[in-house]
Design a protein around this ligand. Sequence first.
Ligand code: NAP
Ligand code: GCO
Length: 255
Amino acid sequence: MHKLFDLTGKTALITGSARGLGFSYAEGLASAGASIVLSDIRAETLQEAINKLKAKGYNATGYVIDVSKEEQIVNAFEEMDKAGIQIDIVINNAGIQHRQPMVELALKDWQRVVDIHLTGTFLVSREAAKRMIARKSGGKFINICSLTSEQARPTVAPYTAAKGGIKMLTKSMSAEWGEHNIQANGIGPGYILTDMNEALIKDVAFDTWVKNSNPAKRWGKTEELIGTAIFLSSPASDYINGQIIYVDGGWLAVL
Ligand code: NAP
Ligand code: GCO
């Protein structure tokens, strides 16, 4: 392992990491030497994920955190304080999708998507950054964006607004925390084969559109996000701040 990409001695918190891209990030950072703090909303799937990492010999623990609930976030960080767990890296990954035309969209559904993605990223990052600054340790934030941080499609307005907000929140984190040796960057995955997109993958027309819309002519795989996550978590990215790296097969590069 080149020392620039070595995460030995670092502890990473990944939200929404019991499955999907979050679990891939967790496994990837663990393979680079990090101790992992998983978190998710369902205790049973969280424990299964912890067991999977431990079975591979990785150092893993976890906390049930619904990132839309400030009290759960604050309590979890206080529990980590008591356990002597110091978070060096945060991947704000937790998220849901809600597909519906805006004119039919209920406020509760708008709010839920924005609360989880955008407000959840703010709350988790606030709690982690407070501690990084107090102990003068520096730190890393990787906020999960999307193609919809840059471009919109119909029926996913709350998700798009939230992901656009996360792009700019990432830059705000850089502006306020850069002097504390904290780097905040984003990863913008293209269309990746996960449960979130199950319905889209099964839709022949949508599947064809995805494949025709990126130079790679295919959906991305969860493991194809790991290298960027390790890079943005490591010393190799210590002078990169406020950037979003799109892992999208070239989607945003072409007309
Ligand atoms: P996924 O397969 O649906 O997994 C989402 C994870 O987030 C699940 O573990 C889920 O927990 C958890 N979660 C949901 N609501 C939560 C909450 N309130 N608090 C904490 N955890 C919560 O989704 P994914 O495809 O892996 O997406 C992960 C992230 O990548 C999301 O932010 C998504 O917007 C982003 N992204 C995905 C793609 C893609 O193509 N897949 C592309 C760009 C960006 P449960 O297991 O309990 O449901
Ligand atoms: C959708 C998808 C997208 C992808 C991803 C693209 O309904 O269009 O869920 O939002 O998940 O965000 O980058």
